[in-house]
Design a protein around this ligand. Structure first.
Ligand code: 5GP
Length: 174
């Protein structure tokens, strides 16, 4: 069986939206210092572009997360595989996610990070699949709403493959 990737969001479309998100975040956090928390692994490409579109003093930190579940289905049970390197107490925190699907992962991470008493926590997600939402989570900055398809590329994987695709697409089997 061969696979091909059907483009859903091309490079130019993503770049334009990421620039807009960066400008919006820059304007809303004006004169503040930001801690950008990049959720690994899927957000690394998006975060690399987004942080360069934010014109503010900021530091980045990484949170490694694994969602237990079968195949492409999230179970909502989240394992932290790598914790932050520094405290976030009294900081303005921006969580950067690749995709909010059921919402269970981000809901869990918000609960976890709030216990560390940051000054504020907001969420920026490149993608959102509202059709599959199981919990309502506020996405303060959202790139694109997409239909209920399993997407890869621009950091997102299928069994660890396709993260390096410069666009977002859907895997089709032929
Ligand atoms: P949630 O907990 O919101 O259901 O899922 C969040 C995580 O599941 C995402 O951070 C991502 O790692 C994974 N995920 C959800 N939908 C997709 C998808 O369409 N493609 C890929 N590659 N991962 C997804």
């Amino acid at each position: 069986m061969t696979e091909r990737i059907v483009t859903m969001l091309d490079q130019a479309t993503i770049a334009k939206r990421v620039a807009e998100l960066g400008a919006q975040i820059t304007a809303e956090y004006k004169d503040r210092h930001l801690v950008v928390i990049i959720i690994l692994k899927g957000s690394f490409v998006f975060a690399a572009d987004l942080t360069r579109a934010i014109d503010l003093p900021l530091r980045v930190d990484f949170l490694g997360v694994r969602s237990y579940g079968e195949g492409t289905e999230s179970s909502g049970v989240v394992q932290i595989t790598q914790d932050l390197s520094r405290p976030i107490a009294d900081e303005d925190v921006l969580i950067v996610e690749d995709i909010v699907d059921t919402g269970l992962t981000i809901a869990h991470l918000m609960d976890l990070l709030r216990t560390r008493q940051p000054r504020s926590v907001k969420v920026c997600s490149l993608l959102h699949k509202p059709a599959r939402a199981r919990v309502v989570v506020p996405i303060d900055y959202l790139g694109f709403v997409i239909e209920d398809k399993f997407v890869v590329g621009y950091g997102l994987d299928f069994a660890e493959r396709y993260r390096n695709l410069p666009y977002i697409g859907v895997v089709e089997r032929m």
